[in-house]
Design a protein around this ligand. Structure first.
Ligand code: ADP
Ligand code: MG
Length: 692
């Protein structure tokens, strides 16, 4: 691909700015597509303006002033032959005051609103009109950009490349056979080159709405290309896995059945089903990469334990990694109680344990004496070595990045099997795309005897009632969580809030035994508090969101979450999943603040609370979450390294995703060279898509 540095007309600063946008070659520049468009193809008379619509108006400035009431603003009036329009600037530079001098003829573009003095535009773009000013004959694209790079220079750069035949030849050529684009919808999709031309310089008679909603054939063509690239890359990844060796484990003869016999419960049908899927994978000579999905409380841990035993019985070590120390600790205890009777050697590794203890654990892992190792992120650090790692289990996998999962995989030779677990279900569209390289098992049933959790939405003004309720519940012998407000922007403030809440609860409930747990406590302290709560010695546990994942105390049946409006959907669902784990009827109270005018519930917060209030089903919640946030946010920053889509939208373009899925295998088989070319286009330096 031709680098941009070869283009003589591009200055050094321009190149530097483009590279900030992740653009280093012609292809990437051409695939830098507009966010939206403005219609400067005609001029509207003031008389014909309409509230809420964007328009371009030309006229003479007849009045301009800086007013200070109600707040500082630059206000001007522009007049054409049909009427007057107010222009309002809340932030402005001296140069703008000069540009709006009375008598100047200006062309302004912006959204029209009906204000107190008739029509007005807030912060319109303004252009002085000279003799040479012409009305543009295409819609004007507005691109994502960075500080220092103006729309005008970006437009110029893209137009230059787009219109230079020789330069753009390769970057505009088709990569895949034409048949790919023929049977989608009623008409064949337009060519790649035509699509780029149409999207960078749309003709004024296109349906602007359809264009901005990315549903025109040109957008669809590019969306399909992008989805194809994603599918193809995932398939290749999958195929690679099939060609790699992994240890083959025999079906367990003794350990698994001994474990199951010792349990006070029988597996649910769903647990049995997924256990068989995993057992079969572990018997294959290729590394398993299976995602075990099951709502909070569905019983994933025991299934993981069965897989661990199969590996151990075949003579291979197992690593179990959890995202927080509290959860790792809890797993450690649970595994000790389940596996010590079976004579399994378990080691424990976290970042914060004393050096001596840590060294001892490392030695046992390296010698192979430790058959199962449980820990946090500490497990994939360089110093950590296994003798024979056969299986890596990753709990709450969505909390880890791709890199971290890869690092653990590299601890084994040959490549270990991987079992990932999550309570954040992956909506189908995502499992067909981002997770297409994984096999998925689903536990779709909860163990019997759980009573559903009642969720209540309560305004913070009724806090006293809630406190009373906590008191009564605890005095009745139940246990409760009080979750402190989330303060994401500052760890110090978060800590402060936790301490304050704890102090408050102690004063409020002198008759109760209250505990506190937060992320900054020493592991031993955390552990002491958690065990005390587990054992029933503490009645009320004040906690930060550290208890979000995995914590399992069946007697806790009441949870209060403060400032629930600040939390994300999956976080709320996970937190709520800490109750309803025993037979007692459980309640989760979401306190929200809605009173002060500065804290009016945002639309999004309101939508989230509604979802969590109405649904207990993790799957439906995840679907709603995906819908509210979009896949980029849904997958989270931690998922960086996962190919992100820039053009296609999994919901809007669901039919294209289906098509891409259906075509991928055949393309890989029949057109390997074309596929490589296609992957180079979409995964080579475009920015977010990464070749796997
Ligand atoms: P999660 O899927 O959220 O990780 P856990 O594995 O922590 O759930 O299981 C939740 C609780 O349910 C644990 O106390 C576990 O021992 C219990 N459990 C698991 N499977 C069953 C079952 N089949 N019947 C009854 N209780 C079960
Ligand atoms: Mg769990």
């Amino acid at each position: 691909m031709m680098p941009l540095t070869d283009i003589k007309a591009f200055s050094k600063p321009l190149l530097a700015n483009l590279s900030k946008l992740g653009i280093s070659n012609i292809q990437a520049l051409l695939l830098h597509l507009p966010l939206r468009y403005i219609d400067e193809t005609h001029i509207t008379a003031v008389r014909d303006l309409r509230n809420g619509e964007s328009a371009q108006v030309e006229g003479e400035i007849v009045h301009a002033e800086v007013s200070y009431k109600p707040r500082k603003a630059l206000i001007a009036r522009l007049e054409d032959t049909s009427g007057q329009l107010t222009l309002r600037f809340l932030n402005f530079y001296p140069s703008q005051i000069a540009a709006l001098k009375v008598g100047t003829t200006l062309r302004v573009y912006g959204e029209v609103r009906t204000g107190y003095f008739g029509y007005e535009m807030v912060h319109p773009t303004c252009k002085a009109v000279g003799e040479k000013t012409v009305v543009s004959d295409t819609l004007t694209p507005v691109y994502p950009t960075v500080a220092g790079l103006t729309q005008a220079s970006l437009r110029k750069a893209i137009a230059l490349v787009l219109n230079q035949g020789v330069l753009a030849q390769e970057a505009l050529a088709e990569t895949l056979p034409a048949s790919v684009y023929q049977h989608l919808g009623r008409y064949p999709l337009p060519s790649f080159a035509a699509s780029l031309h149409a999207l960078h310089t749309p003709s004024p008679d296109v349906d602007l709405q359809a264009l901005e909603n990315k549903v025109t054939p040109h957008w669809r063509r590019l969306a399909l290309d992008e989805l194809l690239a994603q599918q193809l890359s995932m398939r290749k990844h999958y195929a690679r896995r099939r060609s790699v060796d992994a240890p083959q484990f025999k079906t367990s003869k003794n350990l698994v059945s001994a474990l199951l016999k010792s349990l006070p419960f029988a597996l649910t049908l769903a647990q049995q089903k997924v256990a068989i899927e995993i057992e079969r994978d572990l018997g294959q000579p290729h590394p398993m990469q299976r995602l075990l999905q099951g709502d909070v409380g569905s019983g994933k841990t025991i299934v993981a334990c069965m897989a661990a035993l199969q590996s151990i019985e075949s003579g291979w070590q197992v690593a179990l990694m959890a995202p927080t120390e509290i959860l790792a600790e809890q797993h450690y205890r649970k595994m000790l109680s389940w596996l010590t009777p079976l004579n399994i050697q378990i080691a424990w590794l976290t970042g914060s344990q004393p050096k001596k203890e840590r060294d001892a654990a490392l030695t046992k892992m390296a010698s192979g004496e430790a058959q199962l190792v449980i820990g946090t992120h500490a497990l994939f650090q360089d110093a950590v070595q296994f003798k024979k790692l056969g299986l890596a289990i990753i709990d709450e996998q969505h909390r880890f990045g791709v890199q971290q999962r890869l690092a653990l995989r590299q601890k084994g030779q040959p490549e270990p099997h991987q079992l990932m677990m999550t309570a954040t279900p992956i909506p189908r569209t995502l499992s067909m795309s981002y997770y297409a390289d994984l096999d998925v098992s689903v536990i779709d049933e909860l163990p019997p005897g759980r009573s559903p959790i009642v969720t209540k939405l309560v305004a913070d003004t009724r806090r006293d009632e809630i406190l009373q309720r906590v008191r009564e519940a605890c005095l009745r012998g139940n246990q409760a969580y009080w979750v402190c407000p989330l303060i994401e922007e500052s760890e110090v403030l978060q800590l402060q809030t936790a301490d304050d809440t704890y102090a408050l609860m102690q004063t409020e409930f002198p008759e109760l035994r209250v505990g506190l747990v937060h992320g900054r406590m020493k592991p031993v302290e955390k552990q002491t508090v958690m065990s005390a709560f587990s054992a029933g010695d503490l009645q009320l546990l004040v906690a930060t969101t550290v208890i979000e994942v995995g914590v399992d105390v069946p007697n806790a049946s009441l949870m209060v979450i403060e400032h629930a409006e600040r939390m994300g959907l999956s976080q709320l669902h996970q937190l709520r999943g800490r109750v309803g784990r025993g037979a007692a009827k459980s309640t989760c109270i979401l306190l929200y603040q809605n009173q002060m005018s500065d804290h009016r519930l945002s639309e999004l917060a309101r939508a989230r609370l509604k979802v969590i209030y109405e649904s207990n089903d993790g799957f439906a919640i995840a679907q709603a979450d995906l819908h509210l946030r979009g896949p980029g946010e849904f997958l989270g920053v931690r998922q960086s390294g996962v190919p992100m889509l820039k053009i296609a939208d999994l919901e809007r373009d669901a039919d294209l995703l289906e098509a891409a899925k259906a075509m991928a295998d055949k393309l890989l088989k029949d057109y390997p060279t074309e596929v490589e070319r296609h992957l180079d286009r979409w995964m080579g330096g475009v920015g977010d898509l990464v070749k796997v």
